[in-house]
Design a protein. Sequence first.
Length: 403
Amino acid sequence: MPNRGSHKEVAPSSLSRFLDEFQRVRAIIAGASLVAVIGIGFLVGFRPVSFYILGLGVTALHALWSWYRDVRSPRAMLVIDSTVWGGIMVLAGIDAIAAATLTLLVTFAVLLSDGHWRAGLLAYAAAWYSYSHFADNPITPASVGPFIGVLLIAGASGTVVYRLRVWLEHLDAQRSQMLGTVSHELRNSLTGMLGLTEIVSTDHSMGGDEARELVAMAHQQAVDAGEIVEDLLTATRVERSMLSVATETVDVNAEVATTVRRFSSEGTQLQVSLADDLPMARADSLRVRQILRNVVSNAIRYGGPTIRISTKAGSPIRVVVADDGEGVPVGDEKTIFLPYRRSTRPHNSSSVGLGLWISRELAHAMGGTLEYRRVGGWSEFELTLPVQPTPLESVGSLSADSR
């Protein structure tokens, strides 16, 4: 029986993707700015820019470490950046009001304007700050240092805002495209169901076998539409951090067999290899079937003519879906698990772009993983699931905890 008291919630996907993009942009800006400031140091001397080299070095190292270790901590980034740059503003004698004003102008320019208006606003902001800074300060190394610091702060803020705006616009376009594809697929399924049921209900001369065949076709259309709706509901729950899984003891071989029967009834032949000594998994049976359905559908849509599915004993339990197709296009390996991402191949335009994303989120929610790799001419998607502890292991764990 499902353990309804031990649901696992998935972290907010939108926030995770936002922080991923922010970390990437932060690391690139810090690194590029560090190189630029070092170059300026060779021109005007390193003393005026020494504080900025130190601050950018700290920021760049933390950004690269966070990016490499996949650490998403907006609080840590905020504390480190504000502390480092607040200290630099004090040590370098930067005018905080001028820095805040310029940063605000640059941010508004990249966020609320486009084209010539954006260029004009940025030029106005740079001219205004240059005049206000050097009107009462001669151009010396002592005055150039704070000037460069303010430009760095404003430029970095504007670049981050611009990159995030582009990213959000791109995400919105992908989502709109996905909704159009979903609407098209649902309309096709509903049209097919209406047509088949109308034939059965109006053609009284139809034989029993033929009527049953048409009803079966209508049923499959309804199943396809239901699966699209289920994926949409799952995606919505992931986006809103409302997805939960009900863990229970799951026979993975049985779930694989159910998936194989479903696709076999549609005319797709799968090569199956099931491990005899496969232990029980601790997972959600409905979600396991949803993952298998999406991964196998992906192999049918994009893979080669031969598709094989196998289970492998161990801890964790492994389920591998492989095909002999040409594999994921070069450059797409890191993006196939992102939402609203579809293949660039034109003959596969019916993909909604949610299946692999929600499948990985479901796997993580159950304590497992879903990964892609290319091995010896085969494209493999490997699902791992935790093993259900035996009663003796559970008792031992409880005893250890009590000590």
